[in-house]
Design a protein around this ligand. Sequence first.
Ligand code: FCB
Length: 502
Amino acid sequence: MQMPAAATVVEKAMFGRFSRRQFAKLAGICSLGMAATAVNSEDREVKPAPDAHSPAGFPDGFLWGTATSAYQIEGAVDADGRGRSIWDVFAHTPGKIADGSNADRAADHYHRYKEDVGLIKALGARAYRFSIAWPRVFPEGTGAPNPKGLDFYDRLLDELLGNGIEPYATLYHWDLPQPLQDRFGGWQSSETSRAFADYAGYVAGRLSDRVKSIFTVNECSRFVNLGYGAGIDAPGLKLPPAAVNQVRHHVALGHGLAVQAIRAQGRAGTRVGPAEDIAACLPAIATAANVRAAEIAMRELNAGFLGVILEGKYTDGYLEHAGKDAPKHSAEELKIISSPVDFVGLNIYAPQFYVVAADRAPGFAVLPLPASFPHMDSEWLKVGPETIYWLPRLAAKVWNIDTLYISENGASALDKSAVDGKVYDTDRIMYLRNYLMQLQRAVAEGVPVRGYFLWSLMDNFEWIDGYKKRFGLYHVDFDTQVRTPKLSASFYREIIESNAVV
Ligand code: FCB
């Protein structure tokens, strides 16, 4: 019974907001509730904010960070010998991006990185996940490196470290050098897997004196399914299932070869792992049988990438389901793919598959998602806070993972500036607060999540949505390039400072 809340509403009611009739009705409801529930006046006292020792606190040393990616923020696509990526070509193809835009300028981070590091510092964040643009470092994808391209990341790293911010670098956030697409069909060929490893080894050799943690590939599932299967993302191909499965296998191989190259050429102790948007399976109702079903779903629906990396084999279920379309692979490749990693990054945004137990194989059934499921400004971004509780918990259990990061989590919102010029994004705060409460619940139960990277530090080029969807803690005016903190920036700063959900 929530009657005390209704009573508070009445006490605080702005009389003008309610008609007489509504007010009388509300007052009536409240008096009934009061009679029925003996309200204790202490219930109305404001509880003190939680601190690190309260139930909503995170453990000491929990890593709070923000995230971005190169193509989405850097701009400067012609600067200092950078080559073309598949996203440059795709974004310049008419009809591909919702608002007809591209990321030629984006948030101009290439020139404003010092200011942007200042924005991270102002949040009090201790870590920053950014990506390195492969076509800056190897304009042709392979061959001779472009020293000026890497110099940019040298400058960025020095700025981060000088401000006490720990860099987490991602090697592949979708901006494949176009020459590799032209020559090999991109990830359709294992030539690209090998080129990726060469690039990874080179970067580790040059930067691992300062970058201690490297994510190999960002969201294999998304760029393979949408880029090579549905033709929605770059490179815009619509290949048949067998070819898509082979592409995914080549990405997994590229990841494994990159892990080996980083171990060989990076400093000892350099940590490496993938950042994956795993298929988000969660129990519709958390009975023991449904939780078990969600574990099975988690393993089977992620068998093509995270599963093969962590298990060194494709599951029987995956191979049976794929049938003649299963990826061609050798035992040697599986060994490379499953080279041990130091952590697993999970990008978690929305629930996808609410599952229940089923008697028949594979032991789970997926429920349809109702059309009325609430979402943020992006329609795909359904609001299911418990997703960030279940996914780490299930993944840790299924694959026995001991170090997890939430490599991305965040929300799009409409973000209109108010008359005072500020952005009061209470909807984003609502999303973040609820997700972080659930993350706290997972961590408090011992799920090994060590850090959280909020997507995104600032508004940026949101792929096929162009500049129409904003995910930033900082608002970016793309005409003037002025950055303004949104209310969510203050919210996140409070979280970081108190190491608890506020
Ligand atoms: C993820 C991407 C990231 C950003 C967020 C909103 O899928 O990794 O670049 O677009 O979604």
